[in-house]
Design a protein around this ligand. Structure first.
Ligand code: ATP
Ligand code: MG
Length: 312
């Protein structure tokens, strides 16, 4: 196991920011932390990288304790913090050289690696520019560049695509996936499609706790039973709503309109298939059933469900 986190709990004040967080990451895996603002993603990452000791719990990187063997661990980790402490009066290349020296890289090696990361992060035109004069997106690229400079075995990236324009986002995602072929990557995001696109495994964090952990497709499948039916009914909205709600097994019915036609969304309890019952209820009331389709849950729905403690 490359990363092993056990019982991580952290208090900044009276309330825990994270509570009893346990997970492990295998070598070469890309794990995504997904969670809303304030969920505890950054806190967990600060602890993972040895940036801050946890109030309770323990993290090992390839068997090394991040608190007790912090120097050794730091060489193994590349960290893109939420706010990168960039020295604004340095140029991109002098900053990278400085970071390489700090990490004990041999000077000859540093030169070659700067050329590589400048290329990989598309900083070529800006390597002589003062960091203070760079736009937000380019500073973020410098942040990624310093994280991968020393070819760490483990990469911890806190919201790597934030502040980057859409074209660069695509490239950054591709870069992370490439890095993930040889390195172990942990990244955080609050963008669902991003995490499911890049990561092999997703950990959903909410209010400092892990509420779900699985592959993106398993997560979707696990709740696939929770089907919704979308039906178009020719009938008075309130009466239709009432009739549908009376059908055995229906958990919830809502209505919206699509191109002027009312559409009813029926949520079945416990993943039941209610197509038969629903069509009977509509037709026996004398209305016409214009269309019916099953809608699976998107990861977005799952996320909302998991983080709002709603009953499934
Ligand atoms: N330095 C700090 N001092 C006090 N409280 C903090 C500090 N950093 C974070 N917190 C609190 O800890 C909790 C978790 O915050 P954290 O930054 O880890 O969340 P996050 O998931 O990274 O959120 P975001 O998506 O907004 O970056 C929040 O309630 C936050 O207010
Ligand atoms: Mg954060």
């Amino acid at each position: 196991m490359m990363i092993q986190a056990t019982g991580l709990t952290h208090y900044y004040g009276p309330q825990p920011a994270i509570q009893d967080v346990n997970f492990s990451v295998e070598k070469g895996e890309i794990l995504g932390f997904l969670g809303p603002n304030g969920a505890g993603k950054t806190t967990t990452m600060r602890i993972l990288t040895g940036f801050m000791p946890p109030t309770r719990g323990k993290v090992t990187i390839d068997g090394h304790d991040v608190v007790e063997e912090s120097l050794q661990v730091r060489k193994m980790i590349g960290y893109l913090p939420e706010t990168v402490p960039l020295y604004t009066d340095m140029t991109v290349s002098s900053y990278l050289k400085y970071m390489g020296t700090l990490r004990g890289m041999p000077p000859k090696k540093i030169k070659g690696r700067i050329a590589d990361v400048v290329d990989v992060c598309r900083l070529g035109d800006y390597h002589k520019t003062q960091i203070g004069k760079l736009s937000k997106g380019f500073r973020q690229r410098v942040g990624v560049a310093q994280a991968i400079l020393h070819e760490p075995e483990v990469l911890v990236l806190d919201e790597p695509t934030i502040g980057i324009d859409p074209i660069q986002v695509v490239e950054t995602r591709r870069l992370i996936q490439d890095l993930g072929k040889s390195q172990t990557v942990v990244l955080s995001s609050h963008i669902l499609p991003e995490v499911s696109m890049i990561c092999q495994r997703v950990m959903i964090i909410h209010e400092g706790r892990i509420v779900a952990e699985d592959t993106p497709s398993n997560l979707a499948q696990r709740l696939q039973g929770v089907n919704r039916l979308e039906i178009e009914v020719g009938g008075p909205i309130n009466e239709v709503l009432e009739a549908l709600r009376k059908v055995e097994g229906v958990a919830d019915v809502s209505h919206s309109s699509s191109m002027g036609k009312p559409v009813f969304t029926v949520q079945a309890r416990g993943g039941q298939d209610l197509r038969d019952e629903i069509s009977r209820a509509v037709i026996s009331s004398g209305w016409s059933l214009l269309s019916m389709q099953t809608v699976g849950m998107s990861l977005e729905d799952i996320f909302l469900k998991l983080t709002t403690n709603e009953e499934l």
